[in-house]
Ligand binder design. Structure first.
Ligand SMILES: [Zn+2]
Length: 329
């Protein structure tokens, strides 16, 4: 009974298909022929692909260039640990193996960003004292990684340096970055007194630059470095933390430019400033000692008593106290 039903059903299907084919032929002969050839004489997929020229990605000529995927197997670093000072940077070089790995993308991470941060290129920046690990993973296989140990030193405590009660600031003796006293009132009063006396002698004077904070000096110095480069900038501008202007005791008068040299104001200052407690800080011909080119406009307040001693000695502060003015690095 079951067999008979199946046979009947099969017969019905075959008959229906034949009827369908016939009707298609009547409507459109060519279309029906195409349909029947694919229905009843299936061709290989390759043949079909070759017969569609509008899709170039399937053409035979490009097939050999298709890249074979090569996975990352190992990550090596040029260094695995480093001790840094706050603000310092370091970037270990990464090698992903094998050489022909398909995806060498890196994923960087620091386990303590209060100690050191790392950017997507692996550039590590020391932030605060302590230890941390920076990890580089393979984007291809995140289970593969290399670990870099970072130690960040405690911040260097800079203390004020005095000789005979004179605050010394030069390339060897910096100021703390947070030392921010503003203009010294005693120095300002002495300066006004000096300007009045100079005016009595027909000399017109004004301050063009007095107190400069660490941040102001940093911006100033960085701009000079951008313009002239480090070695040139270091001859006339102090690095942040090394400027006498940060003491609030130094003043640039009238024109911080070599054109000030030889003016009657420059001559008056050179002859009389010590009487008001000021010294010419960077004299001509003393660059190898003070660390700075001749600055006829830059005067430093050290008090009347000290200024008289230094003036009569004919020495710079460095020579007078037998100290250097050289950057540590
Ligand atoms: Zn100055």
């Amino acid at each position: 009974m079951k067999k008979l039903f199946c046979f009947t059903a099969a017969l019905f299907i075959v008959f229906s298909l034949a009827a369908c084919k016939t009707s298609e032929k009547e409507d459109n002969g060519s279309y029906s022929l195409k349909t029947s050839s694919t229905d009843f004489n299936p061709v290989s997929s390759e043949t079909v692909e070759d017969s569609i020229p509008s899709e170039p990605e399937y053409t035979e000529s490009e097939e050999p260039q298709e890249k074979v995927y090569v996975g990352v197997e190992e990550i090596k670093l040029s260094a695995y640990e480093k001790t840094l000072n706050i603000g310092e940077r370091f970037m270990p070089i990464v090698t992903m193996l094998p050489e022909n790995a398909s995806n060498k993308a890196e994923i960087w991470e620091s386990d303590n960003t209060a100690v050191a941060t790392v950017n997507k290129y692996g550039n590590i920046t020391a932030i605060g004292e302590g230890n941390c690990t920076v990890t580089v993973k393979s984007a291809d296989k995140p289970e593969l990684s290399a670990v870099f140990k970072v130690t960040v030193n405690a911040p260097v405590k800079v203390e004020l340096t005095y000789f005979d009660g004179i605050l010394i600031v030069n390339k060897s003796y910096p100021l703390p970055s947070d030392y921010n006293p503003g203009v010294n009132s005693e120095a300002k009063a002495a300066l006004n007194e000096m300007f009045s006396a100079a005016a009595g002698d027909g000399c017109s004077m004004r301050v063009v630059s007095g107190f400069r904070s660490y941040t102001v000096q940093k911006n100033l110095y960085n701009n000079y470095v951008k313009r002239d480069g480090v070695s040139a900038a270091d001859r006339y501008s102090a690095r942040p933390g090394f400027s006498e202007h940060q003491t609030g005791l130094a003043f640039d008068i009238n024109d911080a430019n070599s054109s000030f040299e030889g003016t009657k104001e420059a001559i008056w200052l050179a002859e009389n400033a010590y009487k008001y407690g000021f010294i010419l800080r960077y004299p001509d011909g003393k660059e190898h000692i003070t660390g700075y080119k001749y600055e006829p406009w830059h005067y430093r307040y050290i008090g009347v008593e000290n200024a008289a001693k230094i003036f009569s000695s004919g020495l710079t502060l460095e020579e007078y106290f037998g100290i250097t003015s050289v950057y540590a690095e």
